[in-house]
Every structure is written in structure tokens, then in C-alpha cells.
Design a binder for this molecule. Structure first.
Ligand SMILES: Cc1cc2nc3c(=O)[nH]c(=O)nc-3n(C[C@H](O)[C@H](O)[C@H](O)COP(=O)(O)OP(=O)(O)OC[C@H]3O[C@@H](n4cnc5c(N)ncnc54)[C@H](O)[C@@H]3O)c2cc1C
Length: 123
């Protein structure tokens, strides 16, 4: 890549997209890198209607907030375990756990400790 950029922004979400736009408006050259796809072009489903494409509705309809969080074409379904020790992991402020209830209801109940009963490695 021969073209130099003034800024490289990683992620075109609420923060990165806005920042990249503002920099471009100010006359800077910006390379914006985005790992995700276009929800209006993707197909994706969730646990409520397996096998049925729920896009773009899960993305477009505000009332489908919960569905959007669970749609397999949009969710970043992985977590990082920072410690090998369960004891240390339980103290990690970024600790996440999925309960049976959170999967069955689809709620975004991937909450940090201390409520989590037992730390576990997430995929
Ligand atoms: C379903 C839902 C509804 C919401 N509704 C509201 C609302 O009504 N009002 C409100 O104020 N907030 C709302 N929020 C919260 C709001 O969306 C977040 O607070 C906000 O998006 C966070 O912005 P961000 O830029 O930090 O991250 P994000 O918007 O998540 O952006 C991060 C971007 O980086 C990309 N990315 C990640 N890793 C890489 C990589 N390695 N390389 C390149 N790109 C990468 C991701 O694909 C993503 O596009 C909602 C959130 C959800 C999930």
C-alpha cells in the first residue's frame, strides 16, 4: 500500500465511524478498517428461529434490540479469558459468563462477576 494516511481508525462503530468522519471532514486522509459485514447484505439467524434469516429486520427494527445482540451474523460471540486460575478469573472485571437462562431468553445477560456462580472459559 503506497498511499500514506494521516490516520488509521480500527472499527467503524459509534466511536470509530464518527471519528473517521470527523477527521475526513477536517481534510485528513483516513483509512477505516472494519471487520464486520453489512447487515443489509448478510443472512443471519438467532436461537428463536433457527435456520430462518432474520436480517435485515434484526438490524433495522429498534424493538428487536435483543434479537440483534443474538443474531449469529452480527454477534461477536467470543470472550477472552485473562487468567488460567479460576480464582483470579473470578476477580477479573471483564469476566463474562453465560447462564442457561441467558441463552434461553436471549437476554444480554453476559454480565460480569460477581453474580456469576462459576467462571468458565468462553469460546
Ligand atoms: C442491540 C443494541 C442496541 C443499542 N442501542 C443503543 C441506543 O439506542 N442508544 C445508545 O446510545 N446506545 C445503544 N447501544 C450501545 C451502543 O451501540 C454502544 O455503546 C456503541 O456502539 C459503542 O461504540 P464503540 O465504537 O465503542 O463500539 P462498536 O459500535 O461496537 O464498534 C466497534 C466496531 O469495531 C469493529 N471491530 C471489532 N474488532 C475489529 C477488528 N479487529 N478489526 C476491525 N474492526 C473491528 C466491530 O465490527 C464494530 O463495528 C446499543 C447496543 C446494542 C448491542
Amino acid at each position: 500500500m503506497d498511499h500514506p494516511f494521516d490516520y488509521i481508525v480500527v472499527g467503524s462503530g459509534a466511536g470509530g465511524g464518527t471519528l473517521a468522519a470527523r477527521l475526513a471532514e477536517a481534510g485528513r486522509s483516513v483509512l477505516l478498517l472494519e471487520a464486520g459485514g453489512d447487515p443489509r447484505q448478510l443472512s443471519g439467524t438467532n436461537d428463536y428461529q433457527p435456520g430462518i434469516n432474520r436480517l435485515p429486520d434484526d438490524y433495522d427494527v429498534p424493538a428487536f434490540h435483543g434479537f440483534a445482540s443474538e443474531n449469529d451474523a452480527m454477534r461477536w460471540d467470543f470472550f477472552v479469558r485473562h487468567y488460567a486460575s479460576d480464582e483470579l478469573q473470578a476477580k477479573d472485571p471483564n469476566m463474562c459468563a453465560t447462564t442457561a437462562a441467558s441463552r434461553s431468553t436471549g437476554s444480554s445477560t453476559r454480565a460480569p462477576a460477581p453474580w456469576a456462580a462459576a467462571p468458565r472459559t468462553m469460546r
